[in-house]
Design a protein around this ligand. Structure first.
Ligand code: BGC
Length: 753
């Protein structure tokens, strides 16, 4: 086996960096190079043996459909993410796959994003932590990951061509942040570049993104692979840092590389470098195929799904369902569940649990009478009235009605965005009429992206948001409804009151080939909490059947740019359960507008009733920092930082403020900086104030152009003036060159620090 690309001919190297078939790289048997097989991902193995496609159309081998990312995000559990990754490694190896194309970690910028079900959250810390756990576990199991879609690929509309126009701070703090976390924490085997353009440049040809940021700043050493068909100009993409163009066959791409080198347009070292990185994928060869345990993995899919659903509302503790009740189950998703999204991630599930079967079985064991009425048929709306009438009549005979509602797959898939938040009209009508007829009503939702609860929320007693739970979701929902397991999911995305309230509303999905990320860093809850806008349910919200108390919060500065927090969590209810400790950070430190609060750390703890535990969480530097557009680096500003222990992004339970020294950098001062900014400088500031005092005193006797009165501090009219003006006005009292010398601060560390 060759150890480096130098042992290969130019033609061999060119073929190596361009896919051989739809799912595999080029083998070079003479040189001992084997083909590497990749396949989708992310929540199940979509292994195609004959017909191939990247749309989820052709047959794939049966595999377990684990909870998709939308559900894992709602688990807020790195352990859940890791167990999915570990199980996928076993199935990938059994199906002959070396690299699994996942996880997807784009940020849910709009609730309408067509692939939101494949992404974890609207928050980069939550997405990054879960994805890192998944990648580490998958790769520990011998299968390479592919972190996708790099980057700012947050919509399906025009996804192959749209330019995501995003300012640098927003990219760094929000849209690149989760990628950076996973790259630096978990070293994924590959990073998949997206189809779209970023600020006008295709991701596949974006040298800044693929080389300067990913490699030079973050130190990435794996291979960059294109999304399927994302390469337009192979030579340009190679130069930008794209190592492997997928899929094959190679057509003219490999030849284009050879021609470019031979004509002197392309440095062969660029080809060598990419070939070397593709050779690095050789280590991801599945061992001799062995079958995976279908039953055990189905059980695992059930167990994990039960940790993902979010109990949004539970008035009068209608849940868990009481033994001996007469239960009406209605809604087509109870027997024909929605458990995954459409497109390239679509798994041919080994089996699928229908919620109704589980409810029947658990109900029978508890002396319940359970019946089913379809209620609606998404494929045939002409039957709506008759189906609804039958369900409403049955609801009147029941003690409790459970309505299974949600989005049909035809409305949620890769390839297009959603156009509305509301459930279909016939479902809303069904919920309302059933709720009016039944003594108690529970709604169970199945949807890949959040749906509006308006128009019916107040009429029902409980809402269990299942999102898409994978093939074990039906059984898991039944367990949750009957209290076999206490719900412990939390929203990983805000449920807004209105689509119009969402921060990206005015610009999503863009126009004339551009989508402007005008909301900046104020994505999701960052926006709602900053402007104080009401939402239906905030990020982080979720109920359970037991109660937890948190106490004795201790916040300590563990360095100039690090904070540690300790808190005691106790289960003070009657049942075993899991609690998510959520810490947020508020600060006004630094020269940029910060969101009112950002998620700073979290962990999930399992506790039996009557027990407690002490939890310690570290807030890493990146959470405290802002991206400084003048310094082109993350900076932890000197100032006060308030750590908030929250029940969700809106509800603060406890808080403590500490001062941090930060990076001690007051940099970027020029004579165009304001007088106020200069005065904040520890060395130059006092000197300027003295000079201003002198000018003010002089102005007292002879009218001065500046008319400076400092008796009540520095007035804004002066503080907001560019320093250059004050230098001129001072008539020699202030010297520009001298000030610039004073402002030359300490040497700056590397931008990625
Ligand atoms: C999707 C990727 C997927 C690839 C291969 C593309 O269309 O965007 O997520 O991994 O196809 O199926």
């Amino acid at each position: 086996m060759p150890t480096d690309a130098a042992q290969l001919t130019l033609a061999q190297k060119a073929s190596l960096v361009t896919g051989s078939s739809f799912w595999s790289t080029q083998p070079i048997p003479d040189a001992g190079v084997a083909s590497v097989t990749m396949t989708d991902g992310p929540h199940g193995v979509r292994r195609q043996q004959q017909g191939t496609d990247h749309l989820g159309l052709h047959h794939a081998e049966p595999a377990t459909c684990f909870p998709p990312a939308v559900a894992v995000g709602s688990s807020w559990s790195a352990e859940v993410a890791a167990r999915v990754g570990a199980a996928l490694a076993v199935e990938s190896r059994a199906l002959g796959v070396g690299v699994l194309l996942g996880p997807g970690i784009n940020i849910k910028r709009s609730p309408l994003g067509g692939r939101n079900f494949e992404y974890y959250s609207e928050d980069p810390l939550l997405s990054g932590e879960l994805a890192s756990a998944y990648v580490r576990a998958l790769q520990a199991g011998g299968v390479g990951a592919s972190l996708k879609h790099f980057a700012a690929n947050d919509q399906e509309t025009d996804r192959m061509t749209i330019s995501s126009d995003v300012d640098e701070r927003t990219l760094r703090e929000v849209h690149l942040s989760a990628f950076e976390r996973v790259v630096t924490d978990a070293a994924p085997a590959t990073v998949m570049c997206s189809y779209n353009r970023i600020n006008g440049v295709y991701a596949s040809e974006n040298h800044w993104l693929l080389t300067e940021v990913l490699r030079e700043e973050w130190g990435y050493e794996g291979a960059v692979v294109s999304d399927w068909g994302a390469v337009r100009d192979r030579v340009r993409s190679l130069e930008a840092g794209l190592d492997l163009a997928m899929p094959g066959p190679q057509g003219l791409q490999a030849q284009a590389i050879v021609d470019a080198v031979e004509s002197g347009r392309l440095d062969v070292a660029v080809v060598d470098r990419a070939a070397e990185r593709v050779l690095g994928l050789q280590r991801w060869q599945p061992d001799a195929a062995s079958a995976f345990d279908v039953d055990a993995h189905h059980e695992l899919a059930r167990e994990l799904a039960a940790e993902c659903a979010v109990l949004l509302r539970n008035d009068g503790e209608v849940l868990p369902l009481a033994g001996g009740s007469r239960i009406l189950v209605t809604g087509e998703f109870a027997i024909d569940p929605r458990y995954q999204g459409g497109g390239s991630s679509h798994v041919n599930a080994t089996r699928v649990d229908a919620p109704f079967e589980g409810i029947e079985a658990f109900g029978a064991a508890r002396g319940c009478e359970v019946r089913f009425e379809r209620g609606f048929d998404s494929a045939d709306t002409a039957t709506a009235d008759a189906l609804r009438d039958a369900a409403v009549a049955a609801a009147a005979e029941a003690d409790v009605a459970i309505v299974f509602a949600g989005n049909p797959e035809s409305e949620e898939s890769e390839g297009f965005d959603r156009t509305r938040l509301e459930l279909a009209a016939e479902q809303v009508l069904l919920i309302r009429e059933v709720a009016a007829a039944a003594p108690r009503t529970v709604v169970v939702l199945a949807n890949g992206g959040v749906v509006s609860l308006e128009g019916w929320h107040d009429e029902v007693d409980a809402i269990l948001e299942g999102f898409l739970l994978g093939q074990g979701g039906g059984h898991a929902l039944a367990e949750l409804l009957f209290g076999v397991v206490s719900p412990s999911g939390r929203l990983a995305e805000t449920i807004p009151l209105r689509l119009e309230d969402t921060p990206s509303h005015l610009t999503f999905p863009g126009e004339q080939g551009h989508v402007r990320y005008a909301e900046g860093v104020m994505v999701g809850y960052r926006h709602y909490t900053t402007v104080g806008a009401p939402v239906r349910y905030p990020f982080g919200h979720g109920l359970g059947y037991t109660r937890f108390a948190t106490s004795d919060v201790v916040v300590t500065a563990t360095g100039p740019d690090a904070i540690a927090v300790e808190v005691t969590v106790a289960n003070v209810g009657e049942l075993a359960g899991k609690h998510v400790v959520q810490l947020y950070l508020h600060t006004d430190a630094g020269p940029v507008r910060r969101p009112a609060r950002v998620l700073a750390a979290f962990t999930k703890v399992a506790l039996d009733p009557g027990t407690s535990t002490r939890v310690r969480l570290e807030l890493d530097r990146r959470v405290l920092a802002y991206w400084d557009v003048e310094l082109h680096r993350f900076v932890v500003a000197t100032g006060d930082y308030t750590v908030q222990l929250c029940a969700d992004a809106v509800t603060v339970l406890d808080q403590a403020t500490i001062a941090l020294e930060g990076d001690g950098i007051v940099a970027g001062l020029t004579l165009q900086s304001t007088v106020g900014e200069w005065i904040a400088h520890p060395v130059a500031g006092p000197e300027i104030v003295n000079a201003l005092m002198a000018l003010s005193a002089a102005a007292g006797s002879q009218a001065q152009a500046a008319d400076i009165d400092l008796s009540a501090g520095i007035p804004d009219i002066v503080g907001l003036m560019p320093m250059v003006q004050l230098v001129h006005l001072s008539g020699g009292g202030l010297d520009g060159d001298h000030l610039l010398a004073l402002a030359a601060g300490p040497a700056l560390p590397h931008p990625s620090a």
